[in-house]
Design a protein around this ligand. Sequence first.
Ligand SMILES: Cc1cc2nc3c(=O)[nH]c(=O)nc-3n(C[C@H](O)[C@H](O)[C@H](O)COP(=O)(O)OP(=O)(O)OC[C@H]3O[C@@H](n4cnc5c(N)ncnc54)[C@H](O)[C@@H]3O)c2cc1C
Length: 439
Amino acid sequence: MQYVVVGHGTAGQTAAAVLKKVDPDSDVYVLEKGKYVSNHPCSLPAVVGGRLSLEALEKTAPKGRINIILEAEAYKIDTEKKEVYFNKEGSSDSLYYDKLILTTGLRPVFPRIEGMGLDGVGTVWDIDTVKRLLNMLGNKVAVVGGSATGIEVAAELAKTGREVILIEALEQLMPGKLDPPISSMIARTLTKMGVKVMLKTRMEKLEGSGGKLSYVVTNSGKIEADTAIVVIGAKPNSDLALRSGLVIGETGAVKVDEYLYTSDPNILAAGDVAEVRDFVTGHPTATGLASTAVVQGRIAAENVSGTNIKYKGALSPYIVPVGDYWFGGVGLSASKADKLGMDYLAFRFAGSDLPRYMPGRDTFITWLITDRRGKILGAQLFGRRGVRERILFLTAAIYAGFRVQDVRLMEFAYQPELCDLLDPITITAEGMSRKYRLL
Ligand SMILES: Cc1cc2nc3c(=O)[nH]c(=O)nc-3n(C[C@H](O)[C@H](O)[C@H](O)COP(=O)(O)OP(=O)(O)OC[C@H]3O[C@@H](n4cnc5c(N)ncnc54)[C@H](O)[C@@H]3O)c2cc1C
């Protein structure tokens, strides 16, 4: 068997490694258009904040007998001949495949406005964009886009003592993904860290002098800045699939079935470029998360080598640092439910993360979404400690179909230096069960 994986990001690396494990005698080729064996985008905000070196990321090459062809950009797949064509060093070449896994990810989008080419304007996307950014990073930084990356980068730069402004066009941070109880906590935390958070502020153009950025011009006025970091979103990198005749879904990502097969029986897609079903709503979604891409990469690899594993849908659990705090979520948000016209119950509990007598105790916010009968559909959390462990539990709870009436009676490991005796999840589940008479 000869497998070709296109793209060596999170899903591609996973797929290639799993292919070699489940089918050790196969030939596995990976075409990667970039020049790095590994990119690790999730660690880039820490590099921007100076806590991690780019060299550390560049050196983490995966091990294994996989033929990785770098700086090889696939531009067409001939699905009849089962050949993938790619450009490398100015000339074209091709590879035969028995099965191909497409993992071309997303690409960042930038506004078509005046001044985007000025020195001082950059983004945080991959090793090269961060290298460029680090070379021009000044002291007055405007982060444009209240996305997870925008929030993380703004907090990182504030910690270095720079003057940071975070600009978001809509009325809250991470609109559509986060609900107000959590997004307001993030805005408050950033503000306490010295970040000026400007909501309902749209960047209209960038002004400079001598080719260098001096102002970000917005609908709320001019902001003086020597650096603008534009992180306003990304879209599926599905051009190759489109050019090769594969069906593209309504999200712009490559449509796959529940086994991650595209419209071609020899091609699967995984990761950000794949349009899968949302676990909770069943609607088409393309997630933009490494946590999801790694699972899809594994399933795609196992399925091409003969297994039939159904992908159950994306729950999209995530966690993001903001200064000394963390926020995270999983599943359905109330804002998404509203948009889809779904019926739901929501409950917010603001408590603390440690017992009353413990030094260093801090606020912990739990926001839970259930259906009318108490079945957990989504959650968002904010706190200094214990966010990830609760996101892990809630992810499993949604998969398993747990109801808050059951969760309120579950036992959770306790130690006063780590948590309070009654866990915030227990209290939230209890409060919700009583408020909505679910008992
Ligand atoms: C700054 C930043 C921080 C993030 N932090 C987190 C986090 O903390 N947690 C989390 O879960 N997610 C995070 N993400 C998202 C996460 O990185 C992605 O969702 C994940 O990497 C998606 O994996 P993928 O394999 O689908 O795509 P990618 O990892 O983007 O890989 C796609 C690869 O395909 C290559 N490629 C594209 N087109 C071609 C072609 N035609 N030929 C050959 N190669 C091609 C690209 O060069 C790339 O290497 C972050 C993303 C960014 C940008």
